[in-house]
Write a protein that binds this ligand. Structure first.
Ligand SMILES: Nc1ncnc2c1ncn2[C@@H]1O[C@H](COP(=O)(O)OP(=O)(O)OP(=O)(O)O)[C@@H](O)[C@H]1O
Ligand SMILES: [Mg+2]
Length: 259
């Protein structure tokens, strides 16, 4: 199920503004890749091109190619809706549907895809997804209670359960722990470790310890100055990036000497 991703000379625009320039990278299936770099360098922008969410922004466009297991997701005739089903996304702020029950939150994506489920199929899928998101034990006795009655960390795991219920191949996470306390953060990090057995995971994080803890490979992006495009500076094994990076720019950033 898990897919490899190949990004080939991606340039990403908001109107005339080139926000990201010339990004190429190969991401292995069943791996965790962290995107790090200063604010505004284009981490979220690159992430959103991987499931064709960038183009929903008015005026936004993409040049270059993105392949999932060799298939160009930007090829003519590819339905972006299918791409988004294959490539799930979890956002910075947990966004459960507030009036929906916990169970219906988990099933929301599946129902949106017009998939009909029998009562027992729905129960099984909800349980499997909640177990996959390490949330089952905490919510199994209140599946019919509203999703917004959960703690922030639980809500974030609920959103992960919702994303994995549609059985994607790739899971994109944009700073999924930035609104969480340290305990909930560790719970999500443990979960990411488990998720990579089934999914290709790409995570944006500002927390370098987190990148070092959860990822196999790390991509460092940087920006030369305001109004300039973001670039991929170095993409390497996570232990290399954090112990012995090839570029001075990477070293400066990870050691906090960023200017
Ligand atoms: N919807 C948008 N319309 C116009 N410009 C945008 C839009 N979203 C982002 N940008 C611009 O694109 C550039 C990259 O932004 P992006 O959000 O990808 O950065 P980031 O690395 O994720 O930053 P942060 O760490 O702050 O989240 C920035 O200059 C930003 O202002
Ligand atoms: Mg961002």
């Amino acid at each position: 199920m898990s897919k490899q991703i190949d990004i080939d000379d991606l340039n990403i625009f908001y109107g005339d503004f080139r926000a990201v320039e010339g990004v190429s990278m190969h991401i292995e299936p069943k791996s965790v890749t962290a995107f790090i770099g200063p604010s505004g360098c284009g981490k979220s922008t690159v992430l959103r091109t991987l499931n064709r969410m960038h183009e929903v922004i008015p005026g936004a466009s993409v040049q270059g190619k993105v392949f999932m297991d060799g298939e160009d997701i930007y090829a003519a005739g590819v339905d972006p809706v299918n791409v988004r089903r294959e490539v799930g996304m979890v956002f910075q702020r947990a966004n459960p549907f507030p009036t929906m029950s916990i169970k219906e939150n988990v099933l929301a994506g599946v129902r949106l895809n017009n998939k009909r489920l029998s009562r027992s199929e729905a129960d099984d899928l909800a349980e499997k997804s909640l177990r996959g998101a390490n949330l089952w034990n905490e919510v199994k006795d209140r599946l019919d209670k509203p999703g917004n009655g959960l703690s922030g960390g639980q809500q974030q795991r609920l959103c992960i359960a919702r994303a994995i219920a549609v059985e994607p191949s790739v899971l994109l996470m944009d700073e999924p722990c930035s609104a969480l306390d340290p305990i909930s953060t560790l719970a999500i990090e443990d979960l990411i470790h488990e998720l990579k057995q089934d999914f290709t995971v790409v995570i944006v994080t500002h927390n370098m310890q987190q990148a070092a803890r959860v990822s196999d490979r790390t991509a460092f992006f940087n920006i030369a100055g305001t109004g300039k495009p973001g670039n991929l500076i170095e993409f390497n094994d996570t232990d290399v990036i954090f112990s012995n990076p090839e570029k001075d720019e990477t070293q400066n950033y990870i050691s906090g000497r960023f200017g």
